[in-house]
Each structure stands twice: as C-alpha cells, then as structure tokens.
Design a protein. Structure first.
Length: 388
C-alpha cells in the first residue's frame, strides 16, 4: 500500500515538473520572439544620436534638438537674423534655444514674426544656452511665415528648436523610402505568384494522387531531391536564363521564379487529396465528366483550406523575400517593400531609427493577415496528417 502511494506521489511530482518545464520553455520562446520586436519599436521613436548612445530597451524622449541656423551675429540696434520658412524643415517647434556668447548686462533677444514680437528672452551670461518655450499658435505662425531675431548685448552663434518627432521617423521611412511604391510592387508580385503557385501545386498534386504511371515515383523523388539543392548554387545559371529571356529588371522575373514548383504546396495538397475519396472522381466520370471538370468542379473546391494555407505561406515568403527582388529587379521603380528601406543604409552611416520605423510599418500587414487567418494556417498544416 505504501509503495503504491509512493509511486502515485512520484508520478504526480514528475507530471508537475514536466508541466513547469513546459511553461518555462513557452515563456522563454515568447520572450525571444517579443524582445526583438520591442527593441525595433522603441528604436523607431529615437533620433540617430539617441539610438547610438542609448541602450536597446531605453525609452525614447520623443523630442529632438534640430539646428536651424548657424553663424555669428552680434545683436544690436538695426541688426537682425532672418530665418525664412523655407529653411525650417522641422514639423513642429516646442522650444527655441539660442547658443550665445559675449553677453553684457541688460542683454535681450526678441523673436519677431509678421512685424510683431512674439517671444523674448534675457541671457544672463551664466549659461551658453538660453531657451524659451514656444506656444502652439506662435509655432504655427513661425513655421508658416518664418521669423526674425533681434536684440542687444549678445552674440548669437546658433539657433536650435526642440522638435517633437513622434511620427517623424515613420513619415521619413514611408515617404523617402517610397514604401507606397514598394507595397504596390509587392502586391502585384504576390497576386500573380500566389495564383501561379496554387495552380501548379494543386494540378501537380492531383496528378500524383489520382493517376498511376510508370515514372510516378521517379518524378516524386525528383521533387524531393530538387528541394534539397541549395538555391544559391544555381543562381548563376538562373540569372543567365532570366537575362537571356529578357525578364531582367521586370516584375516577371520574380513572378516566374516564385511560380516554380513548390514542394511544400504539393505536400499540403497531397495531404488533403489523400483524404478525399476516389469514389467522388469515379462517380463524376460515370456521369460524363472529364478529368478537367472533376478537378475544377469537385476536387479544387474541396481544397479550399489547403489553398488558403498555401496562399498565406506564399504571401509571407514573398513579402519577406529580399534576395530575388534585389538581384533581378534593381531598378528604383521596381522596388518592393523588403528593398525600399535599403536606401537608408550607406557607406557613410545607417539611419537605424528610420529603418526600425520602416520595419514596424512593413510588419503591420503581415501581422493583420496572420491574426485574421491563423486558424486556416493551423488547420491546413495538420489536416490530412492523421489517417483513420
């Protein structure tokens, strides 16, 4: 009796330990997936200087000191510094800062906009910088019409504005990165390559599943062996073929390469076809249908979960593809979403905050598609894998 109780207690302890190990592994996997996304998201709100000097998990300040004027102007009666609206490339002015020297007693600095004084500050010589907060209405007026700086008793060396940049990196990535064009080209490639993959994969799987011929096993084995060949080893020959066919620097090059026989699509379709009774084909043929009608009217509609799964996997693969568009479509007008951010990396530095913002923008469509269609992915990957 005591032995049975001891065995039951040990079994319960082992089961509890296994459960805790499972939870720990799941937590570790979740952290490993989420941490890079958190780092990229935080980095997308930082300036370049802040990104380089701060840690990956440091919160951004959401503001940036932007220099708008540099020189040396000794302010006195009749002397003023004009800052036109064209020179103000900032989106917002929260605070105006003057870097001054040669400060005498009674010195003052005034900001004039549209002939009226809108801001004033008095340097006391205790600091090389003097700042004044800018109300929103005044900031909008300054950005629209520019402003002038007058005063006395000091020399202004530089002027800076504290600029809010909550969405500045996102705007820069989307506009200067031509991400709208990248989304459009990506959509064109995804639509045609996805339809081609569905057609070639479903038809190939239908032939392998329903027809019996001598070279069936040889062809099936060739598909498996071709899938094991590293793609990089065939790129020289592939590039020459694409160039000879006149498809270089066209969307057709990536579409044709992506429409090639996809062994994963064939396997998923085979799993579904093996669970569809052959009696459906035989009944349709006895009623006078040919094989094309059997495939299009009976078999293919039943493959809807597999088709959705393959389309999702193909779309994600094409969406993340960087190598093929960069190699076969180098023209600027043919950039896709994966290559649109490549221009922010250069020999003189890399604008990592803008790249992080672009990554977040590019992540949104993929996240929406996955969340809305994840049930099809899971059902498509496991359906047909168990036979009764």
């Amino acid at each position: 009796m005591q032995s049975a109780i001891r065995l039951a207690r040990d079994a319960k302890f082992n089961y509890t330990a296994v459960q805790w190990c499972k939870y720990i592994l799941m937590a570790c996997a979740t952290v490993l997936v989420i941490l890079p996304i958190v780092v990229i998201f935080l980095g997308s709100f930082k300036t370049g200087e802040e990104f380089n000097r701060s840690g990956p998990f440091d919160l951004p300040s959401f503001t940036s000191d932007t220099e708008i004027w540099k020189g040396g102007a000794e302010l006195s009666d009749g002397v003023k510094v004009d800052v036109s609206a064209d020179k103000l490339s900032v989106k917002e002015i929260r605070r105006l800062t003057f870097v001054v020297d040669t400060v005498s007693s009674g010195s003052s600095i005034s900001v004039v906009c549209d002939g009226a004084e809108v801001l004033s500050v008095s340097p006391d010589g205790s600091s090389a910088e003097v700042s004044v907060d800018v109300p929103r209405a005044v900031a909008a007026q300054m950005l629209k019409n520019g402003f002038s700086v007058t005063g006395s008793g000091c020399t202004v060396r530089r002027m800076k504005v504290l600029e809010g940049f909550f969405f500045k990196n996102y705007a820069t990535a989307f506009v200067k990165g031509n991400m709208a064009l990248g989304f459009a080209n990506t959509l064109i490639i995804v639509v045609f390559a996805g339809l081609g993959t569905v057609l070639t994969g479903s038809m190939t799987a239908f032939v392998l599943s329903r027809f019996r011929f001598k070279l069936k096993k040889v062809i099936y084995t060739m598909f498996l062996w071709i899938a094991l060949i590293p793609t990089i080893t065939t790129q020289v020959a592939t590039f020459q073929i694409i160039q000879k066919l006149g498809m270089y620097n066209t969307r057709l090059s990536v579409i044709v390469l992506s429409m090639g026989t996809d062994i994963i699509a064939i396997m998923i379709y085979l799993q579904f076809l093996n669970n569809i009774s052959v009696s459906l084909d035989e009944s349709a043929i006895m009623d006078g249908a040919n094989y094309w009608q059997v495939f299009t009217r009976i078999i293919f509609p039943l493959l809807q979960p597999a088709t959705v799964t393959i389309l999702i996997l193909k779309i994600v693969n094409l969406y993340n593809d960087f190598y093929n568009p960069l190699l076969y479509m180098p023209k600027k007008s043919l950039m896709v979403i994966s290559t649109s951010l490549y221009k922010f990396k250069g020999p003189f530095g890399t604008n990592w905050p803008v790249i992080c913002a672009g990554v977040v923008i590019a992540l949104i469509p993929t996240l929406v598609v996955f969340v809305s269609m994840q049930k099809y992915i899971y059902s498509g990957m496991v359906s047909g894998s168990v036979k009764e």
